[in-house]
Structure formats: structure tokens, C-alpha cells
Design a protein around this ligand. Structure first.
Ligand code: SAH
Ligand code: DHB
Ligand code: MG
Length: 223
């Protein structure tokens, strides 16, 4: 058996027992694919991981950067209390439209707001609204902007908040100090910012599975 076949088999096994998609999640993936959205949502096991992180965090407010079809949004929002709130930022109006339908079908439209536009334009507007600090921020958009998203996350959180960054490994390319790929440079800058910033402590974990070899960075806001 090839190594990646084993990753797929284990992912399938864990998903079946621990994180099966229900109708709303299945429909979100189906409609995203039908609308031609790229097949890059978190996996079910990763979605459940985000959901558990939000629960462990006791999150009442969540900020997501990069909505796509709302698949990760649904997992995260399901961890919120009835008066919780999730704001998700998405560049593409088409992605946001698909996501909004998927989120409504999951019965989460009262908790979730999708805001369309480049996140680096939406974030200052959001900051101007003086929102309560976000308990959890999930960064999963254009990887080249990850250090900027981390800086904004720091402005929009407070001590004890959790910041999660997706796709920091990208088949191992993050370890290439000579890479000129904007994605790799963005992920490396984010890792190094987490490691050096006085208000952050964090780690990163590699994952394997149906999306290949990738990983998450986790950072806790200290002050
Ligand atoms: N979080 C989703 C996947 C997001 S894919 C999930 O796991 O289900 C990345 C998304 O970020 C895409 O929908 C893409 O359109 C969006 N994106 C890319 N650049 C962006 C930007 N500058 N601002 C906001 N969103 C952006
Ligand atoms: C890809 C994967 C992601 O999880 C993402 O957020 C963006 C892109 C990819 O595999 O290309
Ligand atoms: Mg991602």
C-alpha cells in the first residue's frame, strides 16, 4: 500500500467514526462542487478539530478569514452558543453567495455573517466597528497575506484568544528557506511571527490525510 493510500484509509476510518458529514455538511460540499468552487475545504476530521478547539476555547465570537463555500464555517459556528457570532471574510462574491446558502441550510444564518471583499479591506472596517475581542480567529485565505492577517488578528483579540492558521506545511515546502513562492513566504513569515511576537505563544503540527501533507499553526494570545 502506498503511503498516501494509508493516509486516505486512516482519514476515512477516523471520519466514519468521529466526524461524519451530516446532511448540511454534505450538501455544502455538493453545492460548492456544483458551483465550481475549488475542492480545498478542510477535511471532515479537520472540521471536527476546529469545532472542538472552538468548544474547548469556550468561543462566543469567531472570526474566519477565507470562507469558500462555508464548510469550515459550519463546523466552527456549530460550536457557538445560541447568542454567539461568527464573521467570515471572503474575497469572492460567488464563493460568499454559495457559502451564505450553505450556512442558511445548516440553520446558522442567525449566528454567521459573511462579508465580501479583500480581507485586508474588510479587517480595518471591522476594527472601526470596535467589536468585542474575538475568542478564536481561523486564518485560511490567501497564504501570502498570512503575516498581515496575524497582525490584524492580534488587534481584534485579547489575552486568551486562539488563532489558528491553516495550510502552513504545503507538502513540506514551508521548510524551504530558499523558496520564492508567495504562499511559502507568507506561511514562513506567519510561523516566525508567532515564534517571535511578545504577545503570542504557539506551535504548529503537521497533518497527513486526504488533503496530503499539510498542517495547522496554533497561537495563543498572551496579553
Ligand atoms: N475555510 C474554507 C476554505 C477557504 S479556501 C474551508 O476550509 O471550508 C480560501 C478562500 O479564501 C477562497 O474562497 C478564496 O476566495 C478566499 N480568499 C482569497 N484571497 C482572499 C482575500 N484577499 N480576502 C478574503 N478572502 C480571500
Ligand atoms: C489549498 C488548500 C487549502 O486548505 C486552502 O485554504 C487553500 C488552498 C490548496 O490545496 O490549494
Ligand atoms: Mg485551508
Amino acid at each position: 500500500m502506498s503511503e498516501s493510500q494509508a493516509w486516505d484509509d486512516v482519514d476515512d476510518y477516523f471520519t466514519t467514526h468521529l466526524a461524519p458529514n451530516d446532511e448540511a455538511l454534505e450538501a455544502a460540499l455538493r453545492d460548492s462542487a456544483a458551483a465550481g468552487l475549488p475542492d480545498v475545504a478542510v477535511t471532515p476530521s479537520q472540521g471536527k478539530f476546529l469545532h472542538l478547539l472552538a468548544q474547548i476555547q469556550g468561543a462566543r465570537t469567531i472570526l474566519e478569514i477565507g470562507t469558500l463555500g462555508g464548510y469550515s464555517t459550519i463546523w466552527l459556528a456549530r460550536a457557538l452558543p445560541a447568542d454567539g457570532r461568527l464573521i467570515s471574510l471572503e474575497y469572492s462574491a460567488r464563493h460568499a453567495e454559495v457559502a451564505t446558502r450553505n450556512i442558511a441550510r445548516a440553520g446558522l444564518d442567525a449566528l454567521v455573517q459573511v462579508r465580501v471583499g479583500p480581507a485586508l479591506e474588510s479587517l480595518p472596517k471591522l476594527a472601526d466597528e470596535n467589536p468585542a475581542p474575538f475568542d478564536l480567529v481561523f486564518i485560511d485565505a490567501d497564504k501570502s497575506n498570512n503575516p498581515h492577517y496575524l497582525e490584524w488578528a492580534l488587534r481584534l483579540t485579547s489575552a486568551g484568544s486562539l488563532i489558528v492558521v491553516d495550510n502552513v506545511v504545503r507538502q513540506g515546502r514551508v521548510a524551504d528557506a530558499h523558496s520564492t513562492s508567495p504562499d511559502v513566504l507568507g506561511s514562513r513569515a506567519a510561523i516566525e511571527l508567532i515564534g517571535s511576537h511578545p504577545r503570542l505563544t504557539g506551535t504548529a503540527l503537521q497533518t497527513v490525510g486526504s488533503k496530503g501533507h499539510d498542517g495547522f499553526a496554533l497561537a495563543r494570545v498572551l496579553a
